[in-house]
Design a binder for this molecule. Sequence first.
Ligand code: HEM
Length: 331
Amino acid sequence: MPFLHTARLPALALLGLAMPALPAMAQSPSTTESIVESMRTLSGKQKARPSGAKGQCFTARFTPTPEARALTKSAAFAKESAAIVRFSVGGGNPKVADATKTVNRGLSLRIDPNGPGQSEFVMVNAPVNFVKSPEQMLAFLQARLPGADGKPDAARIKAFTDANPETTNQGKFLAGRPVPASWVGVSYWAIHPYTFTNAQGAKQVVKFRFAPQGGEAGLTDDEAKAKPADFLAAELTGRIAAKQPAGFDVLAVLGTAEDAKLPATQQWPDEDKRPSVRVATLTIAGLEKNETCDGQFFDPTNLADGLAGPTDDPLFTQRQPAYAISITQRF
Ligand code: HEM
């Protein structure tokens, strides 16, 4: 960005010339910039993602069902395509043990990477997010930043949690379930409400859940303790080699415009009992070098026409700029 001498601006105005817009660098950081900075501070300013820091890239196939075409005209759901998947273990520690209970598991997906169906999802193994807005995310992170003594302030965290009880919903969901025994042994949700548009222009609100084809596979606390720190990648390559189930049914849980207004920290009413349509399957094919997943960030707002995220929700729209900032800082 060219440097602009802001001191000259009043003089331009006095001469009746149009004032150029101030460059972003002259302004205070945006909420999104502050979120990424706080995430990086909390994860130790390392050369890795500040969320989902530990992960492994895989190749995959995305196979839409005939039922999908009634719901969407999206090229992503028109025919089978190649895909890449990055599975991760949540948090900003690239050395976190795979059997850690308190962090989520992530699934980032790029469908049809070089074709007209290119679409991306960045999902976790919970149906709710830990915050409902970028402002609440920033406050959540800031409450955890170390004080002058280099330590987080327990009283400050408690005060934030008491004032924002919904920020515990995701943690409670994870705590109530076993540690996943496999990256393909747990459900993942895209959390946000999406809208399908079909060839006739009809719209349908949906919530995506990727349900494991081999069923949920969990570890008892004792089994989790006995696992090696890095068991997840080997477990999945072993499954693929043994031709065991290594994929997901992509379910579109049917919702309404009213459901779409609910905050991301809250499930839809009776969400688990809702009808859903199996719109695709995702089959993990094999290990892929991590560079394939690391060179370009997964952008959940990148969706082929016929599928859209909630463009009026900043929690969704700010993900693209956050990931775009983060990728420049993690090498
Ligand atoms: C429902 C909401 C969200 C979910 C489910 C989610 C999930 C994830 C996952 C799974 C990753 C790992 C990505 C990978 O494998 O490459 C990630 C990374 C990240 N997330 Fe989110 N996220 C959400 C919202 C947000 C928001 C609102 C922000 C900030 C405004 C944010 C900031 C980040 C950043 C900075 C990274 C690191 C990205 C990179 O370096 O490539 N996330 N998120």
